[in-house]
Design a protein around this ligand. Sequence first.
Ligand code: YSA
Length: 352
Amino acid sequence: MTMQLPPDISLVSELHAIEAELAAATNATALEAWRVKYLGRRGRLSQLTQQLGSLSLEQRRAFGPLVNDAKRTLEDLFAAAQRALQEPKAARESAAHHLDVTLPGKPVTLGRLHPITQTVREICAAFQGMGFDVAEGPEVEWERYNFDLLNIPRDHPARDMWDTLWINWTDPNEEGRRMLLRTHTSPMQGRIMEQAKPPIRVVVPGKVFRHEATDARHEWHFFQVEGLAVDRGITFADLKGTLYEFARRIFGADRRVRFRCDYFPFVEPGVEMAIDCFLCKGEGCSLCGDGWIEIMGAGMVHPNVFSAVGYDPEEYTGFAFGIGAERVAMLKHGIDDIRRFYANDLRFLRQF
Ligand code: YSA
């Protein structure tokens, strides 16, 4: 027995014609129109599905699967047509991202070390070559290390040599323990000697801070490299020999070096070391004054400093020094104003 098709169910038998209609839809607008016509909410397939409800049970059993198959077929055909339409665009996009290895590369901008970082490293390397180790310590420091252990008790007039930036905090557990921004790298002398036994040979690079006005040779924050050598039988000749060798390694054999007596409470005797000015060649100018640029303070470690850290001053002797890194950089590179290092002018910094 043949079944009579309800009028709209005939769509199932029109599939070839519908497919041809789809093949003719060669742009997005035509494709969308096709989709609305057949697969849309009020499209042919949707109407067909609704009509199934008015058929007899027998008819529904016969035509239901056919309608479902038709729907799946149309959806697959539509998805394939959509992909085909998009393919040329995808191909165009992939061509745009294509890497042309024959083009010249983009230049890479390299960073560089700040000239003072370079100088600090050169200074440390010069001493490492003479057997010194390198250590570092805190920039925020206890008054005890910055002053007391260095033979500079409270109310000692020598404290005025370092205009101090104090931290507004005192240790509540130990009444009177005050903190500051270290005014020099010398506090590391006490820290190192408290922890190690001689022989000691160490350099300590680091930043220091002073509450002072700036000029061509003075900054309020700058770098020092501290040096400390302690052993039995170390003499002033060892100090001079080491520092001459340092000057030769950093500035070359031609530069002149001057030692002069100086006073620091933590050394006896104390000296300052200067190098002839690069600008006036030792004649005297507005930068240096007398033809020399002071680069460090130094001396033989004071017996009181040894006693304060528990070393026997009868048994041990030693020397120490504190080098100003910016002054060394100025002399090496002929820089006439220390403030240029921290003005953040890339035209200046890129030269190093
Ligand atoms: C002395 C004896 C020792 O046994 C150990 C270390 C020292 C040095 C001492 N702690 C000190 O700070 N001495 S200093 O005040 O004369 O500074 C040492 C060096 O730091 C100077 O020679 C100078 O090169 C540099 N300096 C000082 N004040 C500066 C500065 N550099 C830039 N700006 C400033 N304001």
